[in-house]
Design a protein around this ligand. Structure first.
Ligand code: OGA
Ligand code: NI
Length: 327
C-alpha cells in the first residue's frame, strides 16, 4: 500500500486539473428515472471535462477482477517460448503476443491482445495455458462487456441521444482486450515511459490495473499528466476515437500513457469496446446541424488497423486523420 501512496503523491504535485472523477454507478439501473439521471449527468460531465472517470459499484464481481489479473499474471510468468507461440506479424490475427516496439508506442511492455465478444466465437483462439486462462478471462470479459453496454447507454443519453441508440450494435460489437505487462522501472531513471501517449480506437476503454502507472491528459489540460490512482475495486473508463466521431466533436478521445512502476512490475487489462470490426462509425445524425457541421469522416476498426502501420514515426491520433476540412 505504501508504494501506491508514493505514486499518487508524486503525481499530485504536478497536477493542475484536480482529482479525477470517481462515479458510483449503482443507480444506473434504477427504475426511478431521476436517480438514473443524476448518474448520467455525472458521467456526461466527466466525459466532457476529463475524457475519463473511474466507476465503483459497477456490478463486476471482485472475484472476476482478481481472477483476470491472476490469469494475466500467470500467462506472463510462463517461459518466453510458450508465449512466443502467440507471436504473429499480422496485426489482424485474433490473438497476438509481442514484446517489442514495432507499433511505435510500446517502449517497455509485453502484451497479449485478443478479441472477446462474442466469447464463444473467439475463446477457441485464446491460450490454453495457464489452464484456467480461458475460464477466468472469459468470465471477466463477459462481465466487462455487459458493463460497457450499460455505460454507453448512459454516455449517449448524456449526449442527448436515446439511451437505446447503438445498444444493438454494441451487443454485436467489438471487444478487443489488451493484457499489458510492464517491467519494474529503475528508481534512478526517473519516470520511464512503458507505453507512449496515444488514444484508443473504439467508443470506450475499460481498464483494470494491478498498481498505479496509467497517466492521462485531456485536450485542455495543457499537457499536464494526471496519474490515475489504483482504487481497490474501481475500474477506469476512458473515451476512444470513435466516441469523438460519434459525438461530432462534443467529446474528445483521451490521450494516455503508462509509466513504469519503480516498486514492482505491473499488469493492466484494457478492454476496448466499439462497433463491429467492419462497421463504419460516423457522427450521430442528431448531432449534426447548421451550427454543428459534420466534423469527421466515417471509419471502421479495420480502417484503423490499416492506418496503424503508417503511424509509427510521428504519432497522430487516428481521429485527427478523419477530420473533414471545414475551410
Ligand atoms: C492500452 C493502454 C494503459 C495501461 O493498452 O491501450 O493504454 O495502463 N494501456 O497499461
Ligand atoms: Ni490505450
Amino acid at each position: 500500500m505504501a508504494s501506491h501512496h508514493k505514486h499518487q503523491q508524486r503525481g499530485a504535485a504536478a497536477t493542475a486539473p484536480g482529482a479525477l472523477p470517481v462515479i458510483n454507478i449503482g443507480r444506473l439501473g434504477d427504475k426511478d428515472p431521476a436517480a438514473r439521471a443524476l448518474v448520467v449527468q455525472d458521467i456526461a460531465r466527466a466525459c466532457r471535462d476529463r475524457g475519463c472517470f473511474q466507476v465503483v459499484n459497477h456490478g463486476v464481481s471482485k472475484s472476476a477482477m482478481d481472477d483476470a489479473l491472476e490469469a494475466a499474471s500467470e500467462f506472463f510468468d510462463m517461459p518466453a517460448e510458450r508465449k512466443a507461440a502467440f507471436a504473429c506479424a499480422d496485426i489482424r490475427s485474433p490473438v497476438r503476443y509481442d514484446t517489442s516496439s514495432k507499433d511505435g508506442i510500446s517502449k517497455a511492455r509485453s502484451f497479449l491482445k485478443h478479441y472477446a465478444n462474442p466469447l464463444d466465437h473467439w475463446v477457441d483462439s485464446w491460450p490454453t495455458q495457464p489452464a484456467t486462462y480461458r475460464k477466468k478471462m472469459g468470465t471477466y470479459a463477459v462481465e466487462i462487456q455487459r458493463l460497457s453496454i450499460q455505460l454507453m447507454g448512459a454516455i449517449v443519453q448524456g449526449l442527448g441521444l436515446c439511451p437505446m441508440h447503438l445498444q444493438e450494435k454494441l451487443g454485436a460489437g467489438l471487444q478487443f482486450m489488451a493484457l499489458n505487462n510492464y517491467p519494474q522501472g529503475s528508481s534512478r531513471a526517473g519516470d520511464t515511459v512503458g507505453l507512449a501517449p496515444h488514444s484508443d480506437i473504439g467508443f470506450i476503454t475499460i481498464l483494470l490495473q494491478s498498481s498505479p502507472g496509467l497517466e492521462v491528459t485531456h485536450h485542455d489540460d495543457g499537457g499536464v499528466w494526471t496519474p490515475v490512482p489504483a482504487i481497490p475495486g474501481a475500474l477506469h473508463v476512458h473515451l476512444g476515437d470513435h466516441l469523438e466521431v460519434l459525438s461530432n466533436g462534443r467529446l474528445r478521445s483521451l490521450l494516455h500513457r503508462a509509466i513504469l512502476n519503480t516498486d514492482e512490475e505491473r499488469i493492466s487489462i484494457a478492454s476496448i469496446h466499439g462497433a463491429a470490426i467492419d462497421e463504419k462509425v460516423g457522427c450521430a445524425e442528431e448531432l449534426v446541424d447548421e451550427r454543428h457541421p459534420r466534423m469527421y469522416r466515417e471509419s471502421s476498426f479495420h480502417d484503423f488497423l490499416d492506418f496503424l502501420p503508417t503511424n509509427v514515426k510521428a504519432y497522430r491520433r487516428f481521429v485527427e486523420t478523419l477530420k473533414i476540412d471545414s475551410a
